[in-house]
Structure formats: structure tokens, C-alpha cells
Design a protein around this ligand. Sequence first.
Ligand code: SF4
Ligand code: FES
Length: 371
Amino acid sequence: MLKKLKAPLAILAELSHRCPLSCAYCSNPVELVEKNKELDTDDWLRVIDEAADLGIHQIHFSGGEPTARKDLEQMVEHAHKRKLYTNLITSAVLLSRERLEKLKKLGLEHVQVSFQDSEKENANRIGNFKGGHEKKLEVAKWVRELGMPLTINAVMHRQNLHHLEDMIKMSVDLDADRLEVANVQYYGWALKNRAAFMPTKDQLESSMEIVEKARKDLKGILVIDYVLPDYYAKRPKSCMGGWGRQFLNISPEGKVLPCHAAETIKSFNFDNVKDKSLAWIWENSEPFNKFRGTDWMPSPCKTCDRREIDWGGCRCQALALTGDIGAVDPTCEFSPLHEKIFGSATEESSSEAPEFIYRLLSNKEVEPVKK
Ligand code: SF4
Ligand code: FES
């Protein structure tokens, strides 16, 4: 039982960094966890028990590509038995209909499929996976045929924002419940490709108009989530709902992290589920406590009236852009670096987009799992 803190709402279980795609905007760490270092089935089943005992309500099975794990079925079944709401976050290209059906029977309650574009050629170029888009469309249809709610995750940037209206239409045609218009976040591998993805201000303004109109037109049909990309915002987002407040992530090798990009923070030793219980880590782990609440905040966050709204923005972004994890998030207009960052975004977006640098996956040993 926790003494001082509320339990987290949800856990993101990154089952594996293996992935058949190599999207140039991948937010996974530059150095990926190899297959032989991944937690084994028993470890994950124990973690699911600990999450349920801690009072967590939802588990998101993610990666990399979670369907690359052949024991996904066991985890879904166990999580469902322990009354956790189960969501599969997938690129979908490894799934067969039989396997999806089986996962549904075992307790899978929701599926989120990522799309790289609405237009096949561009989508497959961005994900660097031939035939991927066609397979995703097929899987999205299966999800609805099997009666599960469907979320489409669309990662948008300068090389596909001109298809935003088509993406919305595609989501309606697929009978999705929700569309997440996710602007690229520049951590991990994505930071290497920032210039290839940075949209122009005009692109963003027109995308906001498109989303606003679609939200009105599609009320009751499709929910659209959209957050202005950080580099063009005046105030930062409340990253993860505040550090160590609502969520925890578990990396494929068992490190417990406050967010998906925290492994970019080399100065922290993150506790591992192999050594400590989730409850202990949530309450006592040094990295979690370091930026909880408002006491750690620098000026002007300390006295700002948004300090309990955005919780000081994003620590990973502060580190990536300033080299100081405790700095004001530079996407905030009160950061001394805000103008500089905005200037570099404008400059990058107005130059010709460079070629993508794809991840060369040494651990790309994934194969379709039949059932
Ligand atoms: Fe948020 Fe700090 Fe900026 Fe205030 S000063 S808006 S708390 S980042
Ligand atoms: Fe790590 Fe925002 S992604 S705090």
C-alpha cells in the first residue's frame, strides 16, 4: 500500500524494442535493448500483478512492436484477469486475423494502430516498410469487425501534413473512435531527423483550422486529439500529466521510467522491476522524486500560475535542448532560450528537407507470429 502518493493511472509496458518498421521519427532511445536482454514472461506477469495490486487501471502494451513478443497472449490474458483495461499499441504489420481474434478472446479491449500517412507510397517510405500501409488498413478493419474500439495514431510532420484531411477521412472510413494527430516529438532517434520533419508555421496554422472544422463536422463520429507541436507553442505541454504523477513506463529490460523518453537522461540510474517492486519504485525511486511536484522548479516556474497545470513542461525536452534537465522547458515563452529555439525551427522548416536517417536495426529479428 502506498503511504503518501496516489497510484498511477496507467502503465506503458514496452515489451520489446524490436520493430519491423524503421520510422525516422522513432522516439525510442538511440541505443535499443537487444532481444536477449528483454524481461521474460514470468517477469512481465509479476509486473502485471504488482500493477494491479498498486491500483493501476490501464495497461498499454507497446514497444517497439509488442506483437513481436510471442507471449503477448499470456500477458493480455493475465492483465484482463487482474482487471486492468488492456490496450495494444501496434504498427499492426505482424498481426494475423487469427491472432487478433485470439487476443480479443483473451481480454484485449482496445487497439491503437499507427499510420505514417494516408497515401500508400509516402506511408511506406516514412516507415521504411514495403506493404505496411496496406496491412495496417486490413488490421484496422479487423479490429472493428471484432467489435473492439479503434484509435488511429497519425504522426504528422512537414512531409505528410498536406494529407491531414485525407487522414481524417481515412479514420472515418475505418470507423475509428479516435484519431490522435500526434506531431513528431524530437527525442531519441527523432532528434537526428528534426530538420526532415519540422513543419512550417503555415502548415501548422492550416492544420489547426482543418482539425477545428473536422471536430465540429464529426462531433459524435470521431474524436480528434491534437496538440500544437512544442517548437511552435508559447507554453509547454503538461508532459505525462506531470513527472511521476500519473504514469509509469517499463522499458523492455525492466527499467521503470517516468516517461517514454527518460532513457535519454544518462545521469539517472533508473530502478529495475527485477530488483524492486513497482510500489517501492513509484514511491521511493530517486528519479521519480526528483521532479515531482513544484519544489524542484527554477524561476520563473516557481511562482508561475501555470506551475500546477503544465508542471514545468517536459524534462526530456529541457535536457535535449539546453543540456540541463532542471532548466525551464525552452518551449515556454519565459525561457531565455525560447526565441532561439523558435528561430531554429523556422530556419529548418524553410530549408529543403534532408533525406531521412533511418535506424539500422541490429535487432530487427521479428517475424509474423501466426497465432
Ligand atoms: Fe510552465 Fe514554467 Fe513556463 Fe510557467 S514559466 S508556463 S510553469 S514552463
Ligand atoms: Fe520525458 Fe516529457 S518525454 S518528461
